[in-house]
Design a protein around this ligand. Structure first.
Ligand code: ADP
Ligand code: MG
Length: 420
């Protein structure tokens, strides 16, 4: 036993090379996981949440050693996993188990499920078949199935039942950590609820830690002690689930929780991303990776527009930059019509910004998107693009946002004096 947490993920990085030509020359890298830190304590349940493509599965695979990290380290009880060999490596493979999203991938269609569930026991050296069978029977009952199910084949079970079997198989070797990668995403809501209930029971009964991966922050709410929110390969916010879900500090977390009831007038408009385009992890935005979509993106120092006006101007800028113009804007033949599409007022109350917006709108009407985009980028430099935000760690919470001020945690992100 050591004092180290069960699992520590430190500065974990997994980049996939993008190659070209016969010589497979490297021309770029997909930054699937790009400097991720979190821990899982014994018996603890930690959620890893983020949209599809944010790097969750890659993180899971790197933890399990199914992918070799290109940087950083995974430690289990303080020992770097990449250094394990022989009996220690085999013990690690027993003590950390994976449950995947699609239970169909997890079972051999020609093997009775009892044998499939017992397989890891044999693999890890339990030679006594009768004992294996007793353990499997007991586990099947724990996951809501019966001893008689052991002789049936995978196709005889529903998706939810197969996921129960997958959970039984993960538990059969008495692991310390189960990594569950979207284990309910392929199931309908009712079955999802049942499986979540089962996981919660099992976690208590077996005293097993769970790394619970999901794109749905609401699922995490019901299940996890702590949560880490992932965006484009990075963790943008981390903390106790109660705190993160009731007082999200990062604008991206707020968006994931976009139905958070808020009566705060300063929050108006903060529940919508500026653009819907998710950037490519092979070419992530500079500074804060979320800035081109962030409804709380910071105004240039020299500018102080009413918040709603600023948001409209910023959405105009970043939509042009993403190159995904709404059809109405593409069809607009005069600058006024372009401004209307983006809800930019006819006269922005800041001379420099107004000139830039007028030029950009005219360029869009002329069909010159590049010029429009560059004009706005030059006129509207934001710290969110210029500088990578520090990660602020306070009292078990960690937030990576230029706006974040731990002394004002829980307060609105946008000052009310900027309100129109
Ligand atoms: P998530 O599980 O959050 O949906 P993934 O970890 O599967 O995200 O993927 C993160 C990013 O890495 C995606 O952009 C994905 O396309 C990319 N990616 C995943 N595996 C590979 C691979 N083997 N080669 C290249 N890119 C990959
Ligand atoms: Mg995934």
């Amino acid at each position: 036993m050591t004092d180290a947490p069960l699992l520590e993920v430190e500065s974990l990085e997994k980049h996939y090379p993008i190659t070209e030509g016969l010589l497979r020359r490297e021309v770029g890298r997909v930054r699937a996981v790009d400097g991720v830190n979190f821990t899982v304590g014994r018996g603890e349940t930690v959620g890893l949440v983020g949209e599809s493509g944010s790097g969750k599965t890659t993180t899971a695979h790197a933890i399990l050693g199914l992918e070799t990290p290109t940087g950083g380290e995974v430690r289990f009880e303080g020992a770097p996993v990449s250094d394990l060999s022989g009996a220690d490596e085999s013990a690690f493979r027993r003590r950390v188990q994976l449950v995947v999203q699609d239970p169909n991938e997890a079972f051999n269609p020609r093997l009775p499920v009892g044998e499939a569930v017992a397989e890891p026991l044999a693999l890890h050296g339990m030679a006594d078949a009768e004992r294996r069978q007793a353990i499997v029977t007991d586990l099947l009952e724990h996951v809501g199935l019966s001893a008689a199910d052991a002789d049936r084949y995978p196709h005889e079970f529903s998706g939810g039942e197969k996921q129960r079997l997958a959970i039984a198989r993960a538990l059969v070797v008495d692991p310390d950590l189960v990594v569950a990668d979207e284990p309910t995403s392929a199931l309908d809501t009712r079955v999802e609820s049942e499986i979540l209930g089962l996981l919660a029971d099992i976690r208590r009964q077996f005293d097993v830690a769970v790394l619970f991966i999901s794109h749905d922050i609401d699922v995490v709410r019901r299940f996890c002690d702590r949560v880490a929110v992932m965006y484009l390969g990075e963790i943008v916010e981390r903390g106790p689930t109660d705190r993160v879900l009731t007082a999200p500090a990062h604008p991206y977390t707020r968006l994931l929780l976009d139905t958070v009831p808020s009566l705060d007038p300063t929050d108006r408009g903060l529940a919508e991303p500026l653009t819907d385009t998710v950037p490519d992890p092979a070419d992530p935005p500079a500074g804060c990776r979320f800035h081109p979509r962030c409804p709380a993106v910071i105004q240039p120092d020299s500018v102080s527009l009413p918040e709603a006006t600023w948001r409209a101007v910023a959405a105009f800028r970043f939509t042009l930059q993403a190159g995904t113009l709404p059809p109405a804007a593409a069809d607009a033949t005069d600058a006024g019509a372009v401004r209307d599409v983006f809800d930019v007022p006819n006269e922005v109350p800041d001379e420099t910004v107004e000139r830039a917006v007028a030029d950009a709108a005219a360029s869009v009407a002329d069909g010159n998107l590049t010029r429009a985009s560059e004009r706005l980028a030059d006129a509207l430099p934001t710290i969110c693009e210029r500088e990578t935000p520090e990660t602020t760690d306070v009292g078990g919470c960690s937030v990576q946002c230029h706006r974040y001020n731990p002394e004002r945690a829980g307060e609105p992100l946008v000052d009310s004096d900027g309100l129109d």
